[in-house]
Design a protein around this ligand. Sequence first.
Ligand code: ASP
Length: 587
Amino acid sequence: MYRTNTCGELSLKNVGETVVLSGWVQKSRDLGGMTFVDLRDRYGITQLAFNLETQAELCLRARKLGREYVLQATGIVKERESKNLQIATGEIEIIVEAFSILNEAKVPPFTIEDQTDGGEDLRMKYRYLDIRRNPVRNNLLLRHQVAKQTRTYLDNQNFVEVETPVLIKSTPEGARDFVVPSRMNQGQFYALPQSPQTFKQLLMVGGIDRYYQIVKCFRDEDLRADRQPEFTQIDCEMSFVEQEDVLNMFEGLVKHLFATVKNLDIPQVPRMNYADAMKFYGSDKPDTRFEMKFVELKSSENDLVSGKGFKVFDEAELVVGICASNAAVFTRKQLDELTDFVKRPQIGASGLVYARVNEDGTIKSSVDKFFDEAALSNWANAFSAKPGDLLLILAGPADKTRKALNELRLEMGSRLGLRDASVYSCLWVTDFPLLEFNEEEGRYFAMHHPFTAPKPEDINLLTEGRLGEIRANAYDLVINGVEVGGGSVRIFNKQLQAKMFEVLGFTPEEAQAQFGFLMNAFEYGAPPHAGIAFGFDRLCSLFGGDSSIRDYIAFPKNNSGRDVMIDAPSMIDVKQLTELGILVKSV
Ligand code: ASP
């Protein structure tokens, strides 16, 4: 038997017992006549004690142990003299009677501690050592809990987990596909699924009225901290439901996960339509941990600023700002930093106007030359500003200015400490536009995907060709400004689906060739259906209070899409290429 107990469970209750432990050497200390070795496994650390006087040979051997050696030790549990109440086993130690080295270890390239000295690259190259560290291991345990609780909830609601294929057909809509060459059908390729979207819809046609799958998806996109080329979704679909049913069912899932994984009771999730999200937050995924809503000083509906000789405002399509409570204390230097922030090319504002509401109610602005006290006090009223508040205002083309102000709002939220990772604010964003015009391509694209149904009351806009105005029964779940899930009510009628492809620029032949399998299935009694998918890695990182998903994935890829541990992607040899028909032998 390798062990009778783990390194995390022995306590004063076990004093006097003979136990066998196995684990890794965390560290050892020689203190005169005693040698102590901290033995670590997944469950914790237990102190092994060796006495030079009474067990000279054993103690001398113990002194030679290196970090990360794998040991098996047998001994008696004893109450410790100097206790460490920081750890669960800190009141006891093991007086070792015998031990054997199960395996030696090279000196690890970084310390296996919570705060390691290893940089990201090194940690990824030796990920198996990184996983020995508490923070990474705890993230994997959290991930396991989220998966387990997801299955518990959905199983209780009669959902069936069905696996869908990984080798599928490449389709032009959406992100770029990863493709796999077919040896048996030379010159042809499979694609890896960006999501099981069409399969889950076909399962609905197949009568599996509640489906889910915790599933790998693949998208060949540029990477960021919250994106990986392969990632995991909680993918779900239901039949005979409307949007309301889906929102309620999955609000239930989210509540269940918060309750069981985080021990948090979250209130009913508020809803906001897309138009309001854009108007008040300049974003379809607003961080609602704090208010700081946009206030428009000049728009198509009102104008509090034109005609005072300030050209920037006079010429702007939109003048919009935020009111940061108690931020009038910001120094000139801080305000200059904010101005530089909004002028960065990624944000693209041309400048920042600010106004401080002083404690005596007077207002001091960066545009005092143009606006007198009365004008500024009108602004303050529009913002419902109080003494001590700071107004930050941007002007320019409407969409661009809203986007820039969204960034500034988030920056202010961070600076004012309003984005605490342990506080959670959930939101449903609904009524997304069905279509989005792409200037570069000169055509409309589906905002969610081509299978999303228009709102019944907007279907006439489709026939009238007012494409940009059509709203969809599409929804996102946003937590703390992160899009955690998204879905829609689906089209289940062949003619409407064909019309949708036509609008997206497909000829009927192209639509048939790409998606004929789905449209044909709709002719055999497709039920009304709707669904949603959650980004599982993101959900886990949110629960863990991190913005990067990388440490919630056991073996992630780096920013260039590489796995530096196994060194993938890699070249394949000529024989393999030839077999696949990718390299044609010259004769
Ligand atoms: N398949 C969609 C996605 O991956 C989610 C859905 O509509 O259910 O975004």
